[in-house]
Each structure stands twice: as C-alpha cells, then as structure tokens.
Design a protein around this ligand. Structure first.
Ligand code: G1P
Length: 290
C-alpha cells in the first residue's frame, strides 16, 4: 500500500515573476484553487494520507492552505454560508501535511532525498505539481495498482512533440499493453538526436525506497543538477521500471501560458461558467484567430 507522497515545491518560480516575489509558484491559482491543490486532491483520491512538501524559505502558505482556518470557517458559518465552510474543512481533511526545508535547490533528485527520513522503508509517490492531470481516475491510483501488481517502479509518460523533447525526461521501452511499457532506457533533457523516443516523463512516480541509497550516490547530471531520472535508471534492471501512458488531460502549469490554458479548461468543466467563457472565446477567436 502506498500511503505517502513527496511533493517538491521549493524553487524561485522565476517564470512567474513578479507574482513569485511574495507568493510561492504552486500557490498561484488555476481558476480558483492553488495549482498545488490539484496534485494533493489526486493523491487523496488514490488513498494517499501523508504528504511531505519539500519547501524553500518563506513558503509557509503552502502548509497553511491544507490546515484548518477555524476563524474563517466560523465566520462563514455565522453568515449562513455553511457549504463554503464545509468545503474549507474538507480541504484540511484531505491529507496530513508536513514540510521539510530544502536549503539549496540542487535538483529534483536532491529534493526527493530530503524526505527520506519521513518516508522510511516503504514505497511512496512523487508528484510534480506543475503537472496537472484531469481524468476519470486519479493517474497515481492506476500507477499504484501497477506497482502492486509488478513490484517495479512506475513513472507516468505521454507523447510529446519534438520541440518539447530537450526540456523533459525521455524514456525508451517496450510496450506490454496499450498503455504500459517496460523501460530499458531513460535520459534527462536529451538533445533531439540523442532522444530514444518522444515518450516523456510527466510528474507522477511510484518508487521503491531503494531509490534513497541511489540518490545519495548519484552525480549531478543534466543542467548540473541531481536528477531523479538518473537514480530511477539505476533500478531499471532490478526491480525494474515501468511507464504508464495515462489517459487523462495533462497541463504543464509551470509556464504562464500553460497555467492559463489549465484555468480555461477548469472553467469549461463548470456549469455556471462554461457558456460565458465559450461565448467570450468565440469573440476572441473572431478578433484574433486565423
Ligand atoms: C522534471 C523531470 C523530467 C520530467 C519533468 C516533467 O523536469 O526531471 O524528467 O519530464 O519534470 O514535468 P523539470 O520540469 O523539473 O525540469
């Protein structure tokens, strides 16, 4: 059973300056929830109970968002807005959260290693909250099932265009079903010539705790950082690594344009907003479209 997840949120969020001068990047909203909410909700839906955020300084708002705010809840109750108050309480009930400080941002692999003590000797999930996935089922839940069935590490992947390849982790593998691969290679941020495929790692992982010993030893790789991809690669022979090409809709909210697209997608799922947004989009296309 996978009960714990690591969510790295440290980092300057330079693509979102000036907002990130005072607000952690993952607290910027996608429609009306912080981007981070979506990863945590996915985790909770898949039965994960404990979330460890790897934070940098001045990110207290991250933990606070997932805790009770009794004053706010009481104020909403006393104004008769009990459904809103209940909604706020439900956020605090989703998961237990804790934080660990990553003083220096030495890479994703390093961030994961920071949570070693709290994870202990059990399999765990990693979520990169810049990747939001909407689907009928929580993607991580399907990956946990596969981990249970095969005992291999599992990473989420999707097909990406050539232009995206040099910015992502790219895998090489043999399909074993419509959506699953057994991996034989993976490379972080390859040049297009060196990329084994167009199948890219998206920020969902189910990992065995052996990874921590490997992360202690792994040398800095692509862009001079300690890469999670390099550590996972070491486990390819034993106990193995599988990739899951998930069926959901994925958005990279790590860029302003991606964040906006995700917000629009979220708005189009809401009955009370959908018509208004579609009407406005038609006008915008008439004005700017080709
Ligand atoms: C990280 C991973 C990379 C993966 C990507 C997905 O890269 O290292 O393998 O493809 O997330 O979002 P980053 O975006 O941190 O550079």
């Amino acid at each position: 059973m996978v009960r714990k997840a690591i969510i790295p949120v440290a980092g300057l969020g330079t693509r979102f300056l000036p907002v990130t001068k005072s607000i952690p990047k993952n607290m910027i909203p996608v429609l009306d929830h912080p981007a981070l909410h979506y990863a945590v909700a996915e985790a909770a839906e898949a039965g994960i109970r404990d979330i460890m955020f790897v934070v940098s300084k001045n990110q207290e708002t991250v933990e606070r968002y997932f805790q009770n705010n009794a004053e706010l809840e009481d104020a909403l109750d006393s104004r008769g807005n009990t459904s809103r108050a209940d909604e706020m309480r439900a956020i605090a009930r989703m998961v237990n959260v804790s934080t660990v400080l990553q003083e220096q941002q030495l890479g994703l692999g390093h961030a994961v290693l920071m949570a070693r003590e709290i994870i202990g000797d059990e399999p765990f999930a990693v979520f990169l909250p810049d990747d939001i996935i909407w689907g009928a089922m929580p993607t991580i839940g399907s990956m946990i099932e596969q981990y249970r069935e095969h005992g291999s590490n599992v990473i989420a992947v999707k097909d990406v265009p050539d232009s995206a390849v040099p910015f992502l982790g790219i895998v090489d593998g043999r399909p074993v079903s419509d959506s699953e691969y057994v991996l034989s290679g993976m490379v972080e941020k390859p040049s297009l010539e060196n990329a084994p495929s167009n199948l890219a790692i998206i920020g969902r992982y189910v990992l065995s705790p052996e990874i921590f010993d490997i992360l202690e030893r792994v040398e800095p790789g692509a862009v001079g950082e300690i890469q999670l991809t390099d550590a996972i690669k070491v486990m390819m022979e034993n106990p193995g690594v599988r990739a899951y090409r998930f069926p959901g809709r994925h958005f990279d909210v790590g860029t302003p344009a991606g964040l906006l697209k995700a917000s629009i997608h979220a708005a189009l799922q809401r009955d009370e907003m959908k018509d208004d947004i579609v009407e406005w989009m038609k006008l915008a296309i008439a004005e700017h479209g080709r």
